[in-house]
Design a protein around this ligand. Structure first.
Ligand SMILES: [Zn+2]
Length: 302
């Protein structure tokens, strides 16, 4: 009757991390292999990525890790734990109940990825998490950019997120994964909208630990404006990273559709990774721009 989201691999990870004793008799030698992602990676399609930050670099904390491993977000929303019926594993580990306030259950799929490989036609898609809770996927539709739709939803649901404990008073970890970098003032200024959103919540008294935006490809329309958008986000204190989708899928991220890489052709996958490398170069160049107060933030990690 009691529904649990326990997963042996997860328990071992908890045990090894020393967060708390893992229940049961699970020992590292009994560790089950993590669910593997069977991808037929065509030769030469995978670019170098040793320098790229992996998801673990910015979700290296127990709660996010729990979410990352599917302990919470993989539950269908209808079955999601509630205050009345908490998931024992998740609550014990995270010391708070997972949010039931989510925008949607959508996952990043091959259609979203095909928006950035091949032709630049489909709109941007994003995936947002707040304190490790998957808020949901937002895509550009009806002329409204994905970022604007996310912010609209967050503003309308903020009180609920506060109520159910997803949003805290301070140290909120706001992570947005974007298939394409936020546009600048020459377009809809999604970068400015993201900054304004963070500032408005800060003004209302909510603290952010370090908002993070992980980006899979550079928005090349009005390139200078797009670059400026990133520059301003960075100097406002937002951490910008390259979103290595292939790597994240190999890590079995529960909030993404792991089949979507399988759905891409070898050519598309190669292009996806070329865009990823290009994004990394853009961010590297931004890092190299000499700015005294930005430099000290570079080696920050949590
Ligand atoms: Zn935009």
């Amino acid at each position: 009757m009691q529904k649990t989201f326990r997963d042996p691999d997860f328990d071992v990870a908890v045990q090894q991390r020393g967060v708390g004793p893992a229940p049961g008799k699970v020992t590292p030698t009994q560790r089950l292999p993590a669910p593997s992602v069977q991808r037929s990676s065509p030769a030469g399609a995978t670019g170098p990525r040793s320098q790229l930050p992996s998801l673990a670099d910015f979700t290296n904390d127990p709660w996010m890790d729990a979410a990352h491993r599917g302990v919470v977000p993989s539950a269908p929303v209808d079955d999601a734990p509630t205050a009345a019926n908490p998931a024992p594993g998740a609550v014990q580990f995270a010391k708070k109940k997972p949010s039931t306030t989510v925008a949607n259950k959508g996952k990043i799929g091959k259609t979203d990825l095909r928006g950035i490989v091949g032709k630049y036609q489909a709109g941007t898609t994003l995936m947002c998490t707040l304190n490790g809770v998957t808020i949901g996927k937002f895509s550009a539709t009806g002329g409204k950019h994905a970022e604007a739709r996310l912010i609209h939803w967050l503003n309308n649901n903020w009180d609920k997120l506060v109520e159910d404990g997803t949003v805290k008073q301070k140290d909120n970890r706001f992570v947005v994964r974007l298939t394409r970098s936020p546009c600048g003032a020459k377009d809809a200024d999604c970068g400015g909208k993201l900054r304004a959103f963070i500032k408005s919540k800060t003004d209302e008294g909510y603290g952010f630990r370090e908002p993070r935006i992980a980006i899979a490809s550079m928005y090349r329309k009005n390139l200078d404006s797009s670059r400026n958008s990133l520059r301003k986000l960075k100097s406002s204190g937002t951490k910008l990273e390259t979103w290595d989708i292939e790597q994240e899928m190999a890590d079995d991220a529960p909030h993404l559709n792991v089949d979507s890489i399988n759905g891409l052709s070898a050519e598309e996958l190669e292009e996806l990774n070329t865009k990823r490398d290009d994004m990394q170069m853009e961010l590297d160049e931004l890092d190299e721009e000499k700015s005294d107060d930005e430099k000290s933030d570079d080696d920050e990690n949590d």
